[in-house]
Design a protein around this ligand. Structure first.
Ligand code: P53
Length: 493
């Protein structure tokens, strides 16, 4: 039992945090290029210029922030570092990196395409050929080692031109721009890429404000729900088109694993948790897996006083026709919710307040909860009955390079072991799990804090928060351990 034969073991990355080469090869700037470095205490900022030419830096609220009111355009300012510009430079190291992934025995590699490398502004008639060729080379390199690419089409990095002109997915035209981009990549990479994900952590839009956005107004909710609706329609159209272009294509949704527990057995907490999961997780999953808004959507709209979301009859038809082939999600932690007062809290990046007394926490305040992975896999499979992938999971931690260059990251191995056991148990319980790609299999920039020192990799990259480092790569102890895990199909842990 355990993992089935042909299970896709691998690792995951995203262009905005890993690729670099932000102003090379004809690439246009994306929103993530204007986000500064930060930390848990100092949130990342987005930097922009107002109509009078004054510079501003405002804390980032969401990965699809629109240009703040009064803003004229986004700009990089001299006083800040922008770690995503270089990432950890996959752009110039992809051959070396893919070779290292192959050494570990990867069967699958998750990466994202930078939209603005294909369409620099998002609106052009024809794509940027140099960008097209870059990814073609990458996919060929992966194929050389029989590594199956798993490609995220949108991972936080909307072209800045679109953000400045059309806001945070507040315009219907986004759908057509996105679908054109999808058509290009499906056509160009036909035969090279078979597994696709449309929007990374699509539910973050709601999840992030519900868990951490105190005082969010109904107007704000309406923006988020509009943003989501346009993304649902764009994603469904992409799924349909992807199947037409190549019937071999398998296209999945991707959700942030916003899994919550009731903090007490008070039925009020149990019900609150159910409604929280509906809003933060199932709302997005149901639309993409069932092809229609769930019954509880009406409650959510009513609670936020939303009466006239821009949903057309044609949209509803599109959603039905664009049901995904597989469900994928990221899993890092669980959070608790309660109707009761509680003093026992954790402070972290994107970690909600209440401390779960049965769990321990990472250095960034994320609850370590391997059984929550089994629990969520079984819950999700029970609901959707389609193949599942865990496309992100991992431990952000401080690593120390010893004098001889070795990195003894046994804490990372200790993190992975029970998570893999939990997945294996879920498989034994009938879950059709087909892939596991660990987050940041090679060190990259943290999305939440913009730090380098929050490392996830099996491979260390010499790059630091102050922007220094020679970008050299070296395996950590976990590299050899994961190789063994893959070789034994998840039995030698
Ligand atoms: P970092 C918050 C909570 C859960 C997942 O996150 C999240 C975030 C955003 O920080 O994002 C996903 O880098 C995301 C990746 C991200 C990864 O989790 O903050 O898909 O881009 O890097 C880990 O430690």
């Amino acid at each position: 039992m355990g993992f089935k034969e042909g299970f896709f073991w691998g690792g995951a990355t995203a262009a905005n945090q890993y690729e670099g080469g932000w102003n090379e090869g004809g690439r246009g700037p994306a929103l993530t290029d204007f986000t500064t470095g930060g930390s848990v205490k100092e949130p990342r900022k987005v930097t922009w210029i107002d109509k009078d030419g004054n510079a501003h830096a405002t804390p980032q609220v969401h990965f699809d922030d629109a240009l703040p009111e009064g803003g004229d355009h986004y700009a990089c300012l001299d006083d800040y570092l922008y770690p995503n510009h270089e990432g950890t430079d996959f752009y110039h190291h992809y051959k070396e990196d893919i070779k290292l992934f192959a050494d570990m025995g990867f069967k699958m590699f998750r990466m994202s395409i930078s939209w603005s490398r294909i369409y620099p502004k998002g609106i052009e008639e024809t794509p940027n050929q140099e960008g097209i060729e870059f990814y073609r080379d990458v996919f060929k390199e992966l194929r050389k080692y029989n590594i199956e690419p798993l490609v995220t089409i949108h991972h936080f990095d909307t072209p800045i031109y679109l953000v400045e002109k059309y806001g945070d997915w507040q315009d219907r035209q986004y759908i057509e721009f996105f679908v054109k981009y999808c058509k290009t990549v499906f056509t160009e990479y036909k035969g090279l890429v078979k597994y696709w994900l449309t929007f990374n952590e699509i539910n973050n839009t709601l999840n992030v404000i519900n868990m951490f956005g105190n005082g969010t107004t109904n107007e704000d909710y309406k923006k988020r729900l509009t943003h989501l609706h346009y993304q649902f329609v764009a994603s469904a159209k992409a799924v349909k088109l992807g199947h037409e272009i190549d019937p071999e294509n398998k296209i999945g949704c991707m959700l942030g694993g916003a899994i919550t527990y009731p903090h007490t057995c008070d039925p009020k907490d149990v019900l609150l948790n159910q409604q929280t999961m509906e809003e933060n997780f199932w709302y997005c999953g149901d639309v993409q897996c069932f092809g229609a808004y769930p019954p509880f959507a009406k409650r959510i709209w009513k609670e936020h006083n939303i009466i006239d979301l821009d949903i057309t009859e044609e949209d509803l038809k599109v959603l039905k026709e664009g049901v995904v082939d597989m469900f994928t999600y990221s899993y890092y932690m669980t959070n608790n919710v309660t109707t009761h007062e509680t003093e026992d809290t954790v402070q972290g990046n994107f970690a909600a307040g209440i401390r779960n007394p049965y769990l321990t926490y990472s250095d960034w305040g994320w609850a370590l909860d391997p059984l929550g992975l089994q629990y969520s896999l079984e819950k999700i499979y029970d609901r959707y009955r389609i193949p599942l992938m865990v496309v992100e999971n991992g431990l952000g931690a401080y690593d120390t390079v010893e004098e001889d260059g070795s990195i003894h990251d046994d804490y990372r191995i200790d993190y992975y072991r029970p998570h893999i056991e939990a997945m294996s148990a879920a498989c034994d319980n009938g879950v059709d799990l087909i892939a596991y790609t660990t987050w940041g299999c090679i060190d990259l920039v943290s999305a939440g804090t913009g730090e380098m020192r929050k490392r996830y990799g099996f491979i260390y990259v010499d790059k630091h928060d102050d922007g220094t480092g020679d970008l050299s790569r070296r395996p950590k102890d976990s590299f050899y351990w994961y190789k063994k895990v893959i070789e034994s199909n998840g039995t030698d842990l």
